[in-house]
Design a protein around this ligand. Structure first.
Ligand SMILES: C[S@@+](CC[C@H](N)C(=O)[O-])C[C@H]1O[C@@H](n2cnc3c(N)ncnc32)[C@H](O)[C@@H]1O
Length: 283
């Protein structure tokens, strides 16, 4: 096992500009490669989203906008305020909404943590596959709660901390070995803090589905070029990512089935209701 590498970046906090640039680079490939594979998860989350009848719906971290179009179909003529800090993702989301004829959708370029600066008294906040990428998920949920009116709903689907014997867990372990950086175990703390944000958990479920790829090599390349490993790549550089790749390929835990390679994938789905006052509103 090689020692943690500090050659390119060293231990430093994630730079938001680099993260947004990574998603600019990833945007088109993400839409082509990952969006169709994640769609069944997003459909489950959209089905679970149950906001009250009055008020706008906010979609932070909207990416290329699959969920925005699904929400516009589920809630026709309802104001939908989608946002993403990546200008490329914003462009793709606007194009998707236009192509779907979803004229009640407004897309702006901004991060999830700043939602309450532009949205208040919303009926709902919907987020798919963004929460686990944020530097401070609790802060983002606080902003989403502040953007909501009493009785409003949050539906958030995200990738939880993976088990050590899963494909995702093996990737995390390879990254940790190569960089010395691990994914913080924020979920228990955040779940415990939700009541202090005025949020009650209505549902906390796992959505388990198989996701298909041509090969483990393709999976890794797609993650680096167009997915969640793009920010890791920009931060740590190609040599470190190559070490992760070789390490992961030696024990990737993908399953071969009928000439395809499967990643059994488990997302976490929370539906939250704003039943109380968030701490920000007390003053
Ligand atoms: C995995 S994609 C998910 C996109 C889309 N919601 C979906 O389900 O397909 C993650 C998205 O989070 C965005 N993102 C990254 N940092 C963010 C932040 N601080 N606030 C909001 N979105 C962020 C990226 O630009 C990217 O569009």
């Amino acid at each position: 096992m090689s020692a943690p590498t500090t050659d390119r970046a060293g231990p430093k906090p994630p730079d938001p500009t680099l993260v947004f640039e990574a998603w600019n680079e990833a945007a088109r490939g993400y839409r082509e490669y990952w969006s169709p594979r994640f769609r069944p998860f997003v459909e489950r989350a959209v089905a679970a989203f149950d906001p009250p009848a009055e008020g706008p719906l906010a979609v932070p971290g909207c990416g290329p906008g699959d969920e925005v179009v699904l929400l516009a179909q589920k809630f026709p003529a309802r104001a939908i305020l989608a946002s993403d800090p990546s200008s490329e993702m914003v462009g793709l989301c606007r194009a998707a909404a236009r192509a779907a004829g979803a004229s009640s959708v407004l897309v702006t370029q901004s991060p999830a943590e700043g939602l309450a600066g532009s949205v208040r008294q919303a009926a709902g906040v919907f987020s798919s596959f963004t929460l686990q990428l944020l530097a401070d998920p609790l802060r983002a949920l606080g902003a989403w709660s502040l953007a909501l009116r009493r009785g409003g709903a949050i539906t958030v689907i995200f990738w939880p901390r993976p088990g050590p014997d899963t494909s995702f867990g093996r990737v995390q372990a390879a990254i940790e070995r190569a960089t010395g950086q691990s994914r913080p175990d924020w979920e228990p703390k955040v779940a415990a803090e939700l009541p202090h944000l005025g949020l009650e958990i209505e549902r906390d479920e796992r959505v388990a589905l198989d996701v298909e790829h041509a090969s483990p090599e393709e999976w890794f390349q797609a993650a680096v070029e167009w997915g969640a490993l793009r920010p890791v790549f920009l931060r740590w550089g190609p040599a470190v990512l190559e070490r992760c790749r070789v390490d992961w390929l030696s024990d990737h835990r993908m399953i071969e089935r009928g000439g395809k390679w499967i990643v059994p994938s488990e997302a976490r789905l929370w539906t939250l209701r704003k039943t109380g006052e968030g701490p920000h509103e007390a003053h």
